[in-house]
Write a protein that binds this ligand. Structure first.
Ligand code: NAP
Length: 294
């Protein structure tokens, strides 16, 4: 069996096209323009790239976006005051503070200061808790994107055994909570593995769907999965590649070439989960704006 490739790039493009239409209608019929405020503290090069991608995505679909750049030595209180200003500004339906933050700023305090109604990253404890108990919440963008990739590629997780590798607060845990909801596009039996799992292959071999979010190349190899498995690779890892201009290339957590020979469907890196993450931020911001209509 040679796997079908689940292209996050193509799925993201189709979601963005749908959003563009929806936002045009919101503007024309309800006089409502979704707005996103992005706060970037410092000059971290990777963060600058991510913020640029978010800004470009907003422009593409018609979301009003403002990036607020603050210097590296911004005090914690100045940042919290800025967040409160955005919390109280009705033109922003979503607020995102780009992580990581400089060391002198308490990340938890910052996340807790964003109004849960504008927390389009889904990191505020109120949204985390709501997701856990099955109430309407903003879903963290990366696992939300993975769920859409499964549904839209015809691999509905309902009734399937899903093994998630990784238990971080931004990927593994919310992924698990999303897929075990008693709802359409979820309703799966979920196992979560981590570094405390003595033999993850014992579980991955039984999985109908494997979601790899460990942040290590070759965490999932062909001998660890069954024939016909569906694999979503969340990992993004730099490996040395002196022959390339940049000196490195990006790989996922899955031995893609070998696993694709056994899998029914598999997502690549790059071009898999990556493009979905920003797209789901746009979806969450639009959803937040729609909630103001009551
Ligand atoms: P993280 O905070 O480092 O968490 C990694 C998790 O994987 C931890 O729970 C860790 O277990 C577990 N783990 C690590 N090695 C393992 C192994 N060999 N076997 C089993 N479990 C293992 O990372 P993250 O933020 O969740 O991100 C995971 C990966 O996804 C990274 O490569 C990241 O770059 C990528 N990512 C991609 C996107 C995107 O948009 N494409 C977004 C977010 C993250 P312990 O808890 O026991 O330490």
């Amino acid at each position: 069996m040679v796997a079908e490739i689940i292209s996050g790039k193509e799925i993201a493009e189709s979601i963005r096209a749908e959003l563009k239409d929806e936002i045009a209608k919101l503007k024309a019929e309800k006089n409502l323009t979704p707005g996103l405020g992005v706060i970037l503290v410092g000059e971290d090069p990777a963060s600058q790239v991510y913020v640029g991608q978010k800004s470009k995505g907003c422009e593409e679909v018609g979301i009003f976006e403002e990036t607020i750049r603050m210097p590296e030595d911004t005090s914690e209180q100045t940042l919290l005051d800025k967040i409160n200003e955005l919390n109280n500004d009705p033109k922003f339906h979503g607020i995102l503070v780009q992580l990581p933050l400089p060391k002198h700023i308490d990340e938890k305090k910052v996340i807790n200061t964003i109004s849960p109604e504008k927390d389009v990253d889904g990191f505020h404890p109120v949204n985390v808790g709501k997701l856990m108990i099955g109430e309407k919440a903003f879903l963290p963008c990366t696992p939300h994107g993975v769920q859409q990739m499964l549904i839209r590629s015809g691999n509905d997780p309902a009734g399937k055994h899903v093994v998630v590798v990784g238990r971080s607060n931004i990927v593994g845990k919310p992924m698990t909570n999303i897929l075990l909801q008693k709802k359409d596009g979820a309703n799966a039996t979920v196992t979560i593995c981590h570094t405390g799992t003595p033999d993850i292959s014992k579980f991955t071999k039984e999985a109908d769907i494997v979601i790899a979010a460990a942040g290590r190349p070759n965490t999932i190899t062909a001998d660890m999965v069954k024939d016909g498995v569906v694999v979503i690779d969340v990992g993004v890892n730099r490996v040395d590649a002196p022959e390339t201009k940049r000196g490195f290339r990006l790989v996922g957590d899955v031995d893609f070439e070998a696993v694709k020979e056994k899998a029914k469907a598999i997502s690549p890196v790059p071009g898999g989960v990556g493009p979905m993450t920003v797209t789901m931020l746009l979806v969450n911001t639009t959803e937040s704006a729609k909630r103001t209509l009551g």
